[in-house]
Ligand binder design. Structure first.
Ligand code: UDP
Ligand code: MG
Length: 321
């Protein structure tokens, strides 16, 4: 960076919005984001070069056509089109790594996250925080199942990875400074879980709190299966605890079964053995259960290694407007 001649430079803000089949909500999202940007500019908080980048993650509806239209109408609106659907994490990353700006905020397209928090994030950034997490106050607008599963997931994750490493009730609504972002670039993993990686960056960080609304329009791109997938990915990308658990479990069960064998031998030699299938079938099924489960967990990690060694691109940009 060049000398700033003693003047406080106005921050250039880039907002990155991943979009997958969001034609229903996009016009309202554009309207509100443009309005928010305008308000921040007139307050002198961000520069007039600030932009909103909509990343089309291979939508099958009119999302990209809308983004093109809006980019013609509004100077602040830009678009990045991925060549196919890569997933929300990758789409967000594609945006973040390919735009300018001194401060970068990622936010969902569905207006669930209060845009009012942007100003608070910028203030926190100006106060010297390189990472600012948007954290939901409450999740009443989410379904019971979603709230409950999210709580279980955060608890498990906190327990497995250490309290500091994941922020409870934080989605992908956050601010990163240019400095933090340039270091995020060095995390090359394919199994990308931004919520887990960002805390590993270090740097001064803080949280701003906001109330989460329900989806403005359209419907959630995640079904139960995908949420489960995201949780498993998060866990296995950030903790080797399940692998260690297998070893401990294996040891424990081996000890127990050798004691069981000894007892059985004694019984045979003292002629008290009753030929029964229960004593055979019960341990057999129990052990095969444990074995299958263990192999499954190992497979999960193996799959990660497999994908990482391929080092495939995490996203492909088709075009920009
Ligand atoms: N999204 C995406 N690619 C996908 C799925 C989702 O870019 O494959 C975007 C989606 O358009 C939205 C954000 O990720 O902006 C969050 O998705 P959604 O609201 O469906 O998730 P939820 O809030 O239900 O967790
Ligand atoms: Mg949503």
């Amino acid at each position: 960076m060049g000398p700033d001649l003693g003047m406080v430079r106005v921050m250039e803000l880039s907002i990155v919005v991943p979009c997958f089949n969001e034609e229903a909500v996009l016009p309202e999202t554009v309207r509100r984001l443009v309005e928010t940007l305008g308000a921040l500019q007139s307050k002198g908080k961000i520069s007039h070069e600030s932009r909103i980048y909509f990343v089309d993650d291979g939508s099958r509806d009119r999302t990209w056509a809308l983004i093109e239209d809006f980019s013609r109408q509004h100077q602040a609106v830009c678009g990045i089109k991925l060549s196919r659907n890569f997933g929300q994490q990758q789409a967000t990353l594609a945006g973040l790594l390919n735009v300018g700006g001194d401060a970068l905020i990622s936010v969902d397209a569905d207006l669930q996250d209060d845009l009012g928090a942007i100003e608070k994030m910028l203030d926190a950034c100006r106060d010297g925080h390189d990472v600012v997490y948007g954290v939901r106050n409450k999740r009443e607008t989410d379904s019971f199942f979603k709230r409950w599963s999210a709580l279980c997931f955060y608890r498990l994750m906190a327990w497995l990875t250490g309290k500091e490493k994941i922020i409870y009730n934080h989605a992908d609504y956050r601010l990163l400074s240019r400095l933090a972002l340039e270091h995020l670039r060095d995390f090359k993993e394919i199994n990308l879980f931004l919520r887990g990686i960002v805390p590993l960056l270090g740097f001064p960080s803080t949280c701003v709190y906001y109330d989460r609304a329900s989806r403005y329009a359209g419907h959630s791109a995640y079904n139960m299966r995908q949420l489960f997938r995201l949780a498993i990915d998060g866990l296995t990308s950030f903790s080797v605890f399940p692998l260690r658990l297998i070893t401990t479990l294996g040891l424990l069960i081996s000890l127990l079964s050798s004691a069981f064998c000894m007892w059985a031998l004694l019984a045979v030699f003292s002629d008290t053995a009753v030929p029964g299938w229960a004593s055979t079938v019960v341990p057999l099924s129990l052990l095969s259960g444990v074995q299958l489960l263990s192999i499954g967990v190992v497979g999960e990690y193996l799959a990660k290694v497999y994908m990482e060694t391929k080092a495939r691109p995490r996203y492909i940009i088709e075009k920009r407007v």
